[in-house]
Design a protein around this ligand. Structure first.
Ligand code: EPZ
Length: 435
């Protein structure tokens, strides 16, 4: 298992290009199953999650070719409505296979996704959406079994107590596009990744109105065809680099982003005092910013993204004053906090809020990543901290950030990927020094 060794205190400088969006690419791979034609996806990030999805589609009988590190060709001429537990358990996004399989094959048997450290992640809204469009859904033996013989266009509400569901909306859309009749999806998520999915489906021949809103109107069609589609840039990766720039007092340019996808995140950073300018598809961060304490509440798009909450906690840890970060989407998503405390941060958790008293500097330490975004937050903390930080379980990061250490090194950071054994060696050598 790899770890990162980071020597902090270096300001980031230069240009970095954002990769394609993981959370858009995954449902797009699933959507390619809606036709027996060929689909070509470009600007796909080179990540372990993408490889998992490609493996799952291959296991289901699709011909999946990697054209180059960021382009794929998928030809699902004949597929089966099952997916192997061994692969599905590794990646929750495989739940997005339900909609396209029921739409095309009128049945699906997909293992239920397991537990997740970021919080309770039920699939009741997915089930309700499929049932709302006439499917019969049984959960037995850890498998979601769906019979879609009698699907029909209908008006359904897919919101939940934490607001809209992103992949739940994706499943409902992918079922409705091939379901006879008129469907109205109320309370739909309107994340840029959902808009990207709708845009690709329209290219495949789907009839969708209200794209980008919480109310989608879909006229089912008999058949869809293949297409060539470019995945949108990753707004969460872009946000992560912005926070890295803010924490290290950097002077950097982030290329290849869509400002409109950044929602209220940019407003918040502007109001926190970060000095940056927006040009075309770039964000230019200037190094002369004085940051104010932050007040953040995570919400579905266009609200502040929960996938940037851990990173903003790291920023608040080094911003003088009292910041309050409230998590409304995954109320217990604070696995990064105990590790930031190890680096000298002052954070107390009150219910689903982190109360953070910003300190001057963090101190490097060995820390443990618990999930994808927590790993990014710990790396950002390591970039700001004095001394060495060792981030363990980097496999979490590789699920969602393409070439992270290369990109950071290109910006002047000192980040090294090492085998885990290096950590125990370094700890024992520093113990020898102490004794
Ligand atoms: C997507 O997950 C993203 N994953 C997540 O990103 C992201 O955190 C999340 O949306 C919210 O923005 C992908 O796109 C692959 P939800 P998803 O259904 O669709 C509750 C990352 O770091 N809910 O929108 O699974 C749920 O528990 C990952 O890249 C139900 O109650 O999230 C949560 O509280 C992590 N019942 C809220 O809704 C359901 O049936 C939002 O979840 C479904 C969801």
């Amino acid at each position: 298992m790899d770890i990162f060794r980071i020597c902090g205190g270096l300001a980031l400088r230069g240009e970095v290009k954002v990769s394609g969006s993981k959370n858009s690419a995954l449902p797009l791979f699933a959507a390619s199953l809606l036709t027996d034609d060929e689909t070509i996806l470009e600007n796909v990030p080179d990540l372990s999650d993408i490889n998992f999805m490609a493996e799952i589609l291959t296991e289901m009988g699709a011909e999946v070719y990697r054209i180059d590190s960021n382009s794929w060709k998928i030809r699902p001429t004949s597929i089966v409505p099952y997916a192997p537990y061994e692969l599905v358990r590794k990646m929750r996004a495989s739940i997005c296979l339900l909609g396209p399989l029921v739409a095309r094959l009128k049945k699906a048997e997909i293992p239920m996704p397991g537990g997740c450290v970021i919080g309770n992640r039920p699939i009741d809204l997915h089930v309700r959406a499929l049932q709302g469009l006439g499917a019969d859904v049984q959960l037995s033996g850890g498998i979601v079994k769906v019979d879609g013989k009698n699907i029909f266009g209908n008006s359904i509400f897919i919101g939940g107590r934490h607001g809209s569901t992103v992949t739940g909306t994706a499943n409902a859309i992918m079922l409705a596009v091939l379901t006879p009749g008129h469907s109205v999806l109320e309370g739909s998520a309107c994340e840029p990744e959902i808009t990207d999915l709708c845009n690709m489906l329209v290219k495949m021949g789907a009839k969708i109105e209200g794209i980008g809103s919480h109310l989608l109107k879909i006229e089912g069609v008999n058949k869809l065809h293949g297409c060539r589609h470019t995945v949108i840039p990753d707004r969460i990766e872009a946000g992560t680099y912005m926070i890295a720039g803010a924490m290290t007092g950097g002077d950097l340019t982030i290329n290849g982003i869509e400002h409109a996808h950044m929602g209220s995140f940019l407003d918040l950073l502007k109001s926190s005092g970060l000095n940056f300018t927006l040009n075309e598809n770039k964000i230019q961060i200037n190094d002369n910013s004085t940051l104010n304490p932050l007040e953040v509440v995570t919400l579905p798009f266009p609200g502040f993204p929960t996938d940037l909450q851990a990173q903003i906690c790291a920023l608040a840890s080094v911003t003088p004053g009292l910041s309050v970060i409230t998590e409304r989407v995954y109320p217990s998503r604070f696995m990064h906090v105990p590790e930031l405390l190890r680096m000298g941060a002052h954070i107390s958790l009150e219910g689903s809020s982190a109360i953070i008293r910003g300190s001057q500097k963090l101190t490097g330490a060995p820390v443990m990543a618990s999930d994808l975004r927590a790993s990014a937050a710990l790396i950002l903390a390591g970039l700001e901290a004095t001394g060495e930080t060792w981030v363990q379980r980097i496999y979490h990061l590789d699920r969602g950030y393409e070439n992270f250490e290369q990109k950071l090194t290109q910006l002047g950071a000192y980040v090294e990927r090492l085998p885990e054994s290096e950590l125990s060696k370094s700890i024992s050598s520093s113990n020898n020094l102490i004794n």
